[in-house]
Design a protein around this ligand. Structure first.
Ligand code: ADP
Ligand code: ASP
Ligand code: MG
Length: 459
């Protein structure tokens, strides 16, 4: 069971968490926690400010963090509250020393940043374990740096499965057999050498899925602050509904195309292990939430949900001289890949005269520059007329199994946007048969989301 930032955000939330864990219908339970909401952002901000030579801001943020955790510990009337606050203070001292060093050096390294970013989960795991213990649930905080072995891509590390499996067996199995609930720090791992890494922002969901798969758990439950996966982000579309059942494929598309409720990498481990995944609301635990299962429910090809990725650049390489010339696409994507940019979507053009794809806006200018270099000769010869970026763009995606195989769905999608005068700049069809993405100008993004949400049907 993984609990997100709001689910560990204050004493009331942690009390709910304790009740959920205590009442869970399982003999053996592993808890994975995020940092308290907002804490990871603050750690990052503190480090970046320190790198400009101003550690004072980091210092005041650290004090704020200490008082937030100490106040929560007090409100929860923890049995060993004093010892816990002392331990938190020691961890914060380490963080402050790091900020001071960064301020002296005038720069931060990826490794130092990872260390700072790990602090929130390390504090919340201790707090939650103490809360469980106080309420009579045998519990123990566990550092994921001892369990999840990763490569050294700081900020977006990839887990190494076999060494992680061995570590989990060695360190968690005995705890579970003894009837103790381990409270594992989400989001974190460490290299073979023991250097702390993080799995990417929002990565605690992924931690839980990995641990669940590697320990061959019966189910993985993601506890968050909404009633499961919904037909749209309820913060943007107030009449969004929760969806009872989705397939791995559908939920993967939703997560990939921007539904923050699950980190996109969460699905693969549970899918490969065939483990059901549930998404539930810590603040409304009686609601069934969403169950994610292996197979599609066709439901006549209904649109089930809609999601959006803002802040995108749509890049086009175009020219009449590209027609029939082999290798242009390979060179285009090769040049973009070398800038370290991942392509979000490729739009299929009906002719060979243009290639169009989307990248995060922050990478747009770099990608255009790389393409201008790659095609310098073709541009000079006018075989390629131009390489250009259109931005800001929002990608809006509709998801539903079997949707694309059902006649008329694409028509409905285009008339829903058309009648509102929304200009669709590009279209892409997911390879998995269950999504259609539209690129629209950012100023029409939310309107497009509403227009397409009106097509969703209860399933
Ligand atoms: P946690 O801290 O529990 O991981 P997140 O903030 O990362 O929580 O994710 C939950 C949030 O995801 C919700 O509060 C909601 O605003 C947002 N969200 C975006 N799209 C969806 C969706 N399709 N269904 C449910 N929530 C969504
Ligand atoms: N605390 C981390 C973050 O804010 C991980 C998570 O919340 O899942 O990105
Ligand atoms: Mg999250």
């Amino acid at each position: 069971m993984k609990f997100g930032g709001t689910s560990v955000g204050d004493a009331q939330a942690i009390s709910r968490l304790v009740a959920v864990v205590r009442d869970a219908p399982a003999d053996q339970r592993v808890v994975v926690v995020s940092a308290m909401a907002g804490v990871t952002d603050q750690r990052q901000e503190g480090m970046l400010q320190s790198a400009t030579g101003a550690p004072d801001h980091a210092c005041s943020l650290a004090h704020e963090l200490l008082s937030r955790h100490a106040a929560t510990a007090k409100e929860l009337a923890l049995r060993d509250g004093k010892a816990l606050v002392d331990e938190i203070e020691t961890l914060l001292q380490g963080y402050l020393t790091l900020c001071e060093s960064v301020a002296v050096l005038g720069e931060t390294t990826p490794r130092a940043l990872e260390h700072a970013m790990s602090l929130g989960e390390r504090l919340s795991a201790r707090l939650v374990a103490a809360a469980l213990q106080t309420e009579g649930v045998e519990s123990q905080p566990v550092e994921a740096t001892r369990l999840i072995v990763t490569d050294d891509r700081f900020g977006n590390a990839a887990p190494l499965l076999e060494p992680s499996r061995a570590r989990l067996q060695r360190h968690l199995a005995p705890t579970l057999e003894a009837g103790t609930v381990p409270v594992v720090t989400g989001f974190l791992g460490a290299t073979q050498e023991g250097v702390t890494t993080t799995l990417g922002r929002g990565g605690s969901d992924y931690s839980a899925a990995l641990i669940g798969a590697l320990l061959e758990c019966d189910e993985v439950w993601i506890w968050t602050d909404v009633d499961g996966v919904m037909s749209a982000d309820p913060r943007l579309v107030p009449d969004a509904r929760s969806i009872q059942v989705l397939s791995y494929r559908e939920v993967s598309e939703l997560a990939y195309f921007g539904a923050r409720v699950l980190h996109p990498k969460t699905i693969r481990p549970v899918m490969e292990a065939g483990i059901p995944l549930r998404v539930k609301n810590t603040f409304n635990p009686d609601h069934p939430g969403t169950l994610v299962v292996p197979h599609h429910q066709q439901n006549g090809g209904a649109v089930k949900a809609v999601t959006a990725i803002p802040e995108v650049s749509l890049i086009t390489v175009e020219g009449k001289g590209m027609l029939g010339v082999p290798g242009i696409a390979a060179r285009t994507f090769g040049a973009v890949a070398r800038t370290g940019t991942s392509v979000l979507l490729i739009s299929q053009a009906s002719s060979e005269q243009s290639i169009c794809f989307a990248v995060p806006r922050a990478s747009g200018a770099g990608a255009v520059e790389a393409l201008n270099r790659e095609f310098a000769i073709e541009l000079a010869r006018r075989d390629i007329d131009r390489v250009w970026a259109q931005e800001p763009i929002t990608i809006v995606t509709v998801v539903g199994a079997g949707m694309r195989a059902t006649p008329g769905v694409a028509g409905k999608v285009f008339s829903a946007t058309g009648v509102r005068g929304i200009n669709v700049v590009a279209i892409a069809q997911g390879s998995s048969e269950c999504s259609i993405s539209l690129a629209v100008e950012a100023r029409q993004g939310v309107e497009a989301l509403h227009a397409l949400h009106a097509l969703t049907q209860e399933t």
